[in-house]
Ligand binder design. Structure first.
Ligand code: CO8
Length: 255
């Protein structure tokens, strides 16, 4: 059975992690399927937003502990297993995580690697790795600290404390908390809004926001300005600006 399910809804594709019996633990086969699905979708110009979800009970309960226990450090290094996660960073199509239930360890790192996290009120975030004798290794210490600050990152990583959806929202990890009964439908509605806007502008805007965490302000502002200039050269900018002036809805083509 596929470990990752794809469902196309207009310009949005919902990618569902499908290993419910193991709470979507991120095994090597699952990550391989996920990365190849995301790369394929990213290359498809018809896809304007990707929604990554798990089940009601778990977005993902972490890396597969049984697999990790079977690997030595040198084997992990030689197999470039964790490096494969870098592929997520290269996805340009807006990538939204819809989190319900457990979002722990590598699962939390996977969500943090997305552009945006939407959470059901049942979502639980945590980085329990040091309780297993290891540390978060796919961005947990870095992205959590950038999103929520040093104090909370230290608290979550060093004590293993789990954050509720509301705590994660007030800490800056999560953009919106959604009702448990409608989290997936509500998340799809958000992605439909994202998919309705000019695709190239969406990508450049997201890249520009990411720059804010990776570069000094002047370099980030420079990148933002050049990205604006680039968008002004697109057909979609002409269409969007004209549509406003003509008081009609724009029809974006992604060019
Ligand atoms: N790995 C493998 N199997 C898992 C995992 C996991 N992370 N989480 C749950 N499972 C399995 C359980 O073993 C169980 O399987 P089985 O039925 O065959 O015994 C099944 O899923 C259901 O789980 P539980 O019975 O435990 O369900 P509960 O509702 O009682 O508990 C919990 C849910 C609290 C989420 C519990 O399952 C748990 O604590 N899971 C582990 C959480 C954890 O420690 N995650 C961190 C893992 S380490 C990590 O992510 C490092 C990332 C490093 C970067 C990436 C490197 C590749």
């Amino acid at each position: 059975m596929a470990l990752v399910l794809l469902e196309r809804e207009g310009a949005v594709v919902v990618v569902t992690l499908n290993r419910p019996e193991k709470l979507n633990a991120l095994s090597e086969p699952l990550m391989t399927e996920l990365v190849s699905a995301l790369e394929e979708l990213d290359a498809d110009p018809e896809v304007r937003c990707i929604l990554l979800a798990g089940s009601d009970k778990a977005f993902a309960a972490g890396a597969d502990v049984a697999e990790l226990a079977a690997f030595s450090g040198p084997e992990l290094y030689a197999g470039r297993r964790v490096e494969r996660w870098d592929a997520l960073r290269r996805v340009r199509t807006p990538l939204v995580a819809a989190v319900s239930g457990f979002c722990l360890g590598g699962g939390c790192e996977l969500a943090l690697a997305c552009d945006l996290i939407l959470a059901s009120e049942t979502a639980v975030f945590g980085q329990p790795e040091t309780g297993l004798g290891i540390i978060p290794g796919a961005g947990g210490t870095q992205r959590l600290a950038r999103a929520a600050g040093k104090a909370l990152a230290m608290d979550v990583v060093l004590t293993g404390r789990r954050l509720s959806a509301e705590e994660a929202r007030s800490a800056g990890l999560v953009a919106r908390v959604l009702p448990a009964a409608s989290w997936l439908a509500d998340a799809k509605a958000v992605t439909a809004e994202i998919a309705a806007k000019a695709p190239l502008a969406q990508r450049l805007a997201a890249e520009s926001i990411d720059r804010a965490f990776e570069s000094p302000l002047t370099a980030g502002l420079d990148y933002e300005r050049r990205s604006l200039e680039l968008t002004l050269a697109t057909d979609d900018a002409q269409e969007g600006l004209q549509a406003f002036l003509e008081k009609r809805e724009p029809r974006f083509r992604g060019s």
